[in-house]
Design a protein around this ligand. Structure first.
Ligand SMILES: Nc1ncnc2c1ncn2[C@@H]1O[C@H](COP(=O)(O)OP(=O)(O)OP(=O)(O)O)[C@@H](O)[C@H]1O
Length: 245
């Protein structure tokens, strides 16, 4: 098993009730998981706990059998390196070139001095260019990232995650600020990566139809609890009502 989440709880310091309550599930290699739920249900909190951008209050997260719930230092760096992350707001550095943004994905593999001096190895540059080719953006590699459209910026973010050579890719509402056509093109790229590179996907989505179309498994979250865990075909009207009630 790739990832095992056991009885996970997260309570933010100033809130009265926990954002996540007793969440348990496992993720196998190759799955494409969509997380559905109302705004405030706890989807982002779950993704952030898995990537350890925040530390859970209780419970355990195991990665390839190893407990990483409170990992720090080198262990945390190594763990994070195997996880690519894409965000709703793309999180690129606008004034830097597209290629340089993609190269950021290689930082976990190089000594700090190289990163500081922007001295990337030829093999890193080749890997970044190849990733840009795969998302169809090789031709804009020298442009400033802030000159691209939202959909293009998300593709750059995917290329950045790809050069990290991740095992799992997490997406926190990666298509929420894009129009329907662009959203589909981004989901197509994620599906291609999932199928060809065998990178496991876990993405928060607002759109049930996208989840049905692309996911192999859906986790429905309501008020910090999993209320549905199954294939998209089993998402009946009643189940959706349960998730979104
Ligand atoms: N940093 C924080 N400090 C305190 N409470 C927080 C923090 N982040 C989230 N919360 C609360 O935790 C709960 C779950 O929020 P979360 O962002 O995980 O939900 P979500 O399902 O991702 O919603 P959305 O789709 O709106 O982002 C909400 O009640 C939210 O207000």
């Amino acid at each position: 098993m790739l990832l095992q989440v056991d009885r996970l709880k997260k309570k933010y310091a100033k809130s009265t009730s926990p954002a996540l309550k007793d969440i348990s599930f496992s993720v196998a290699e190759g799955e494409f998981i969509a997380i559905l739920g109302l705004s405030g249900a706890g989807k982002s909190t779950l993704i952030r706990c898995i990537n350890r951008l925040i530390t859970p209050t209780q419970g355990t997260i195991r990665w390839l059998g190893k407990d990483i719930t409170i990992a720090s230092g080198k262990d945390l760096t190594m763990y994070r390196r195997s996880i690519g992350m894409i965000f709703q707001t793309f999180n690129l550095v606008g004034r830097l070139s597209v290629l340089t943004n993609v190269l950021v994905g290689r930082l976990g593999y190089m000594p700090v001095w190289r990163a500081f001096l922007f001295r990337y190895k030829t093999s890193d540059i080749k890997a970044a260019e190849h990733a840009l080719e795969r998302v169809g953006l090789f031709h804009v590699r020298d442009k400033r990232a802030d000159q691209l459209s939202g959909g293009q910026q998300q593709r750059v973010a995917i290329a950045r995650a790809l050069v990290q050579q991740p095992i799992l890719m997490l997406g926190d509402e990666p298509v929420a600020s894009l129009d329907p056509m662009t959203s589909k093109s981004i989901m197509d790229i994620l599906q291609m990566i999932n199928r060809k590179d065998k990178i496991t996907m876990m993405v928060n989505l607002h759109d049930v139809e996208l989840a049905k179309q692309y996911a192999t498994r859906v986790l429905g979250i309501s008020r910090g609890k999993i209320v549905f865990d199954g294939p998209p075909e089993k998402l009946t009207y009643e189940e959706l009502n349960n998730i979104y009630s």
